[in-house]
Design a protein around this ligand. Structure first.
Ligand code: GLY
Ligand code: MN
Length: 466
């Protein structure tokens, strides 16, 4: 069974939630199994992260109800029938699981329906988070007597903001869990480096790194990115055979036993050697990553660190003859986004993009902070000033995306900043991304987990000894 924190942890989290939401009935829905191709043939079960945060129970088809007026907390779900037990085995009684995390009142799902109907008839506020699974949208629609569109349009802003305020600050025991995830992820990345040899199939590396997570009783925190076409940012295809001279981008991470995520990227020169331009661009990405980590401290807006990384990249690319003109002006205009079209990082926790289901802007931006619409900067998920306890990724990259280069060149876009004649020569370069997971401390920053090799020499040595 999935381990949990102590009951005291969940009781404290639920008490805070009830204190911060002034009135109404709060519903935190767990997930159900999702069918792949027919009802009983399901995807691996993944519990909802907010449900895990408030009660830790990793089991299908439960709902946590918290009454903000009476402070009563109830876990709703149906115990297994004898038919369920015959096919899926004995499960603990829901009342026993609830008690283990400090909840002493349980009810069936039909009891839940009655409770909600009573709340609706009394015109009480019923708070729920934005459902990202259609089944939960349909359940809420049925329970609340609304259409699915109405359910989607009206999640509780107060509940969303409260959950974000709690989940954004990681406790010591959460940091330990994330560290477990990162250390397991480290083993997976070293395996990738050892296998980054000419003639090896991407899918063999995918299998080998996934096996490390599975053998530890874990699962990948998101679909593995393992590709010699790392210029496609989220490339989930694994159909290529590695050739010497290519870059292999590996962006993957394991979950900890309690489902906290690791999210690490390393880039391997296949065969363990780089030519001069590859080496220069690798070191430029590494410098952007390490300088960005050095700047992390309480109160610093992550958007400033992102923009500084963009300037490091633009300045280095100018030195290499790929960009030109004034670096500050180039970054302000967004010209660097030809090479660095994504954000520097995102919150990390129970989700790999932590709380992205709740509202990306409420997680990463403060009220009054405008999210840019500029290509590149618009993809920055975390921009707000940092607080101690924030855990997030630092993941700059440089990519040569042939279709984007062709498009911008045809438009002569940012011609004052981009040296298209030189860029053309590197259209088959691929991409490089380097990513670590960090926590803001009271005075600065810690990188989570044991160090994962990232200097060009260290990575090449592992590959050559592979
Ligand atoms: N690990 C994939 C991403 O951060 O988008
Ligand atoms: Mn990431």
């Amino acid at each position: 069974m999935t381990p949990t924190f102590s009951a005291a942890t969940y009781i404290a989290r639920r008490n805070t939630l009830i204190e911060r939401v002034p009135e109404g009935l709060i519903l935190i829905l767990g997930n159900e199994d999702s069918p792949m191709n027919y009802t009983d043939n399901t995807y691996p079960f993944r519990q909802d992260s907010s449900f895990l945060y408030y009660c830790g129970i990793d089991r299908q088809n439960l709902v946590l109800a918290l009454d903000a007026d009476s402070s009563e907390v109830t876990l709703f779900g149906n115990d297994f029938t004898i038919d369920d037990i015959v096919w899926m085995g004995q499960q603990p009684q829901i009342a026993d699981q609830a008690a283990s995390v400090g909840i002493h009142k349980t009810g069936s799902l039909s009891d839940l329906q009655s409770l909600i109907q009573q709340a609706v008839s009394q015109h009480r506020i019923v708070h729920y988070l934005p459902p990202y699974r259609q089944l939960n949208t349909l359940k809420l629609a049925q329970w609340l007597g609304r259409t699915p569109a109405e359910i989607t349009a009206h999640p509780s802003r107060k509940l969303i903001e409260t959950v974000i305020s709690q989940r954004a600050i990681k406790s010591e025991e959460e940091l330990e869990e994330i560290t477990v995830a990162v250390n397991l992820t480290r083993d997976m990345h070293i395996k990738m480096m050892e296998m980054a040899q000419p003639g090896v199939h991407e899918q063999a590396i995918n299998a080998a790194v996934t096996a490390i997570a599975l053998a530890a009783g874990s699962m990948p925190a998101y679909p593995n990115i393992i590709s010699i076409h790392g210029e496609t940012l989220h490339n989930h295809a694994h159909g290529n055979v590695l050739k010497a001279g290519q870059f292999l981008v590996g962006d993957f991470g394991a979950e900890s036993p309690m489902h906290y995520a690791g999210d690490i990227t390393r880039t391997c020169p296949v065969g363990g050697a780089m030519n001069d331009i590859q080496h220069a661009i690798y070191n430029l990405v590494l410098k952007a990553e390490m300088d960005s980590i050095d700047q992390v401290a309480p109160g610093v807006p992550y958007r400033d660190i992102h923009l500084n990384a963009a300037k490091i990249i633009a300045s280095g690319l100018k030195d290499l003859g790929l960009m030109k003109g004034d670096v500050d002006e180039a970054v302000a205009a967004g010209a660097h986004a030809l090479f660095f079209p994504h954000g520097l990082g995102h919150m990390l926790g129970l989700d790999v993009h932590d709380m992205e289901d709740l509202d990306e802007n409420l997680v990463g931006y403060l009220p009054g902070m405008d999210r840019s619409k500029q290509f590149g900067l618009k993809s920055l998920r975390l921009a707000r000033p940092l607080l101690p306890g924030f855990v997030f990724t630092v993941e700059p990259g440089i990519y040569f995306i042939p279709t984007l280069i062709d498009l911008w060149k045809a438009e002569n876009k940012f011609a004052q900043f981009l040296n298209y004649a030189e860029i053309e020569k590197l259209k088959d370069f691929g991409g490089i991304r380097i990513e670590d997971n960090v926590v803001v401390t009271d005075t600065g920053v810690n990188i989570l987990g044991h160090p994962i090799p990232k200097s060009a020499d260290a990575v090449c040595e592992i590959i050559r000894n592979g």
